[in-house]
Design a protein around this ligand. Structure first.
Ligand code: DGL
Length: 248
């Protein structure tokens, strides 16, 4: 099966890494919409248009039969719309793993949900949390953090994480939910910032759904390396490929 993944930049690498590891028998096409990064600053209408156009290219030009929105922001804005627009293609969205965190840490926990600004403000996240009223949830959206990770600026990542931690002087978090696919790429830095907190990454949920839809077929051949595409022209990108291998 040929599986497409879409993110605004390199964030979806965290999803690709997990899916490739769990289901290495598939072929993966990774699209980084770098021309429209960051997604958090775009309207829902615009994100729906972008998601539809990217899905069309992945389906028509690259024969993808399943597409992962490897981006929380795009999933919140456009998952329902692409499912309606392309009824013959399977779509999987990326959800902040708040359920897993609540179950694992219990009702007395302080849990920080870190995401893009758009996801932080979304009704979708509010609704997810309404059903999980036990723990104390704090929600923070940071475009600065997304941009620092995309730019590979380690000093800025550290500075933004420290500022976030210091903005909650009275709360000790036992869990951090990574509600943006860029964030697992700096998991080590996060763990250094909150040494006592457990991190919850969105990739586990995607892998679980993918396994349900497409169980591993041992007779299939191992896939070649993923194809990396970038916008505006959907050209293949050696730079992205190199960056992906450098983050492994
Ligand atoms: N990786 C995207 C996400 O999961 C980044 C958001 C953005 O581009 O603003 O939300």
């Amino acid at each position: 099966m040929i599986i497409g993944l879409i993110d605004s930049g390199i964030g979806g690498f965290s999803i690709l890494r997990a899916t490739q590891k769990a289901l290495p028998h598939h072929m993966y096409v990774y699209l980084a919409d770098q021309a429209n990064f960051p997604y958090s600053q775009r309207s829902t209408k615009n994100l729906i248009e972008l998601a539809k156009e990217h899905a069309r290219v992945l389906i028509e030009k690259h024969n993808c039969s399943l597409i992962v929105l490897a981006c929380n922001t795009l999933s919140v804005a456009a998952l329902a719309a692409v499912r309606t627009a392309f009824p013959d293609t399977r779509f999987i969205g990326t959800v902040p793993p708040v359920n897993v965190a609540a179950k694992s840490l219990g009702n007395d926990a302080n849990i920080l949900v870190l995401s893009s600004e758009r996801t932080a403000k979304s009704e979708y996240l509010q609704q997810l949390l309404e059903n999980l009223s036990g723990p104390n949830w704090e929600i923070l959206g940071s475009t600065d953090l997304v941009e620092a990770i995309e730019a590979g600026d380690a000093a800025k990542v550290k500075q933004v994480l420290t500022a976030i931690r210091d903005s909650y002087p009275k709360i000790t978090f036992s869990g951090i939910v990574l509600g943006c696919t860029h964030f697992p790429l700096v998991a080590n830095e996060m763990q250094e910032t909150w040494p006592d907190a457990e991190l919850f990454s969105p990739s586990d949920g995607v892998v679980k759904q993918l396994k349900q839809i497409s169980p591993v077929e041992p007779t299939e051949q191992l896939s070649s390396t993923p194809l990396f595409l970038t916008t505006p022209d959907y050209s293949s990108s050696l730079q992205l490929e190199k960056r992906y291998h450098a983050t492994l």
